[in-house]
Design a protein around this ligand. Structure first.
Ligand SMILES: NC(=O)c1ccc[n+]([C@@H]2O[C@H](COP(=O)([O-])OP(=O)(O)OC[C@H]3O[C@@H](n4cnc5c(N)ncnc54)[C@H](O)[C@@H]3O)[C@@H](O)[C@H]2O)c1
Length: 337
């Protein structure tokens, strides 16, 4: 079975690719490398000990996309490609809608034309918005606080409409909570570039001496220690959920949605102290104001994925902190001055 991974050179797509190869699937990757490096492809082949085709292709390019589908007998698509930086999406929304929505529409048109009926989509817990109580359940009402989040809600709706209209089409929407960690080889992981928007890249940059301190944004949240609580999930657990979802698609009709999280929340302080303990690093801390739009707590109800996909997480917060730092240490010059 040949699986097309869009955005397959990115942080999550590259880990999905290795997991699929390890499970006996063939893969093809499409990426325009706007947020990834070409050498990730070679590294993935090295880790898995298998080769595969990759296309330097933008999802919005109809001719190139047509060529990929014409040249390959694709059984299913895992759709990870997209822009994902929340502040950037607020500052400059049009490219976010053009890329995330436009790219998805083009992909779905190709799938229909070439009779590819199965898609797994990378959505996000951000679609639960500000007003739902935790733990978040798949059937809750959705809302977003930024253009990035709206693109996820819109693509989810497009997939529901598409699978309703096209009876053979099936979609699994996976709502990721907070993926962190890296492949245990330390050869692939999340690129530590720009001003990080999420806590783990921030921790890694501070630990690598690229940022002077770690900023704790808000200590007055309604949580046990006053800092925000999130559901961190190891990327290696997350990608196993994709293999399960892919298998499940054979037995589904229409669109199904699954939360992928651990079901447990950890506070900002807990993540920082775990990172420090596991890696033997002490970070300078700085308290700053809350960021607009940040909520007290976000964690998943994972009972649907457990029951219907037979999937649950296995790796700990310690594993996540160790593997994230291992990747940065191995691949980026680290100065701990
Ligand atoms: N990482 C997270 O914390 C997180 C959380 C929730 C959801 N997601 C979603 O998961 C998906 C993957 O996230 P990631 O962290 O691996 O991001 P990433 O930026 O590392 O990977 C995305 C990949 O898509 C590629 N890409 C973007 N637009 C493209 C286009 N038009 N054509 C071809 N390739 C294109 C990029 O070059 C990159 O390699 C995204 O859709 C993201 O929104 C990520």
């Amino acid at each position: 079975m040949k699986i097309l991974i869009t955005g397959g050179a990115g942080y999550i797509g590259s880990h999905i690719g290795i997991e699929l190869l390890n499970n006996g699937y063939d893969i093809i990757i499409i990426d325009n490398y706007c947020n990834s490096d070409r050498n990730v492809i070679r590294i993935m082949q090295q880790i898995a000990g298998k080769s595969f085709l990759s296309y330097d292709c933008d999802l919005r390019d109809k001719h190139q996309m047509e060529m990929v589908f014409r040249e390959n007998a694709i059984s299913a698509v895992i759709h990870c490609a997209g822009l994902k930086c929340v502040p950037e999406s607020i500052a400059n929304p049009i490219p976010y809608y053009q890329n995330n929505i436009g790219g998805t529409l083009n992909l779905l048109e190709c799938m229909k034309r070439y009779g590819v009926y199965k898609i797994v989509f990378s959505s996000s817990a951000t679609v639960y918005g500000l007003n739902n109580p935790v733990p978040y359940k798949e059937e809750m009402l959705l809302s977003a606080t930024n253009p990035y989040g709206w693109t996820k809600i819109m693509i989810e709706q497009i997939l529901k409409d598409f699978t309703t209209a096209e009876k053979d089409m099936k979609a699994a929407i996976l709502r990721y909570f907070n993926p962190i960690g890296a492949h245990p080889s330390g050869l692939i992981g999340e690129k530590p570039e720009g001003i990080p928007n999420n806590l783990m890249p921030y921790l890694c940059q501070a630990a690598a001496g690229k940022l002077p301190s770690i900023k704790i944004c808000g200590t007055d949240y309604r949580t046990a220690d006053g800092t925000g609580v999130r559901d961190y999930i190891h990327v290696c657990d997350l990608v196993k959920g994709h293999v399960k979802a892919l298998e499940k698609l054979d037995f589904l009709t229409g669109t199904e949605i699954y939360n992928l999280g651990t079901g447990k929340g950890s506070s900002v302080l807990k993540l920082i102290t775990t990172f420090e303990t596991v890696n033997g690093i002490k970070l300078k801390r700085e308290i700053s104001k809350r960021r607009p739009g940040d909520i007290d707590e976000s964690y998943a109800d994972v009972s649907k994925a457990d029951k219907e996909l037979g999937w649950k997480t296995e790796l700990s917060l310690e594993d996540m902190c160790r593997d994230s730092w291992n990747y940065i240490k191995k691949n980026y010059a680290v100065s701990t001055e």
